[in-house]
Design a binder for this molecule. Sequence first.
Ligand SMILES: [Zn+2]
Length: 161
Amino acid sequence: MRRIDTIIFHHSAARQVSPLIIDEWHRLRGFCWTQDRTVQLRHIGYHYGIDTDGSTWTGRPLAVIGAHAKGRNSHSVGVLIQGDFSKWAPTAQQLARCVRLYHDLCRALRRNLTVGWHRPHLLAILDSGPFGGAWERLNPCPGSLLNRHELSRELQAARPY
Ligand SMILES: [Zn+2]
């Protein structure tokens, strides 16, 4: 098992999307973690997804390196929270599930995971290129209507160790 010390949260920047569709997006981006065609989600870059109603699904196995946060994939677990939190807030069920998932993962990995976000800050200053196509890079992930400060506090309170 690889060493995992960090959990990184994302939003989908969309209405709830089926994991099969996300798998297709990630196939087009060249993400593929197994040649075994009997595996249903063999491209998806995230390890877990949390739907609007708080239910979860599994993407990549935890033991497999994710494809969700450049430079931080090798030692992290990637969690997608469904929704566009630049436009609306996550549901109470989603936030509660984040806390439970965090607790469960810390227990399974026997350490308190550091909490990370994909792109917590606006990166507009770094983007000196032409403006076209820069939209995504100009937006934080997850969007700012997910209260990162408050969720961090709740996750810290859920630390088992
Ligand atoms: Zn992201």
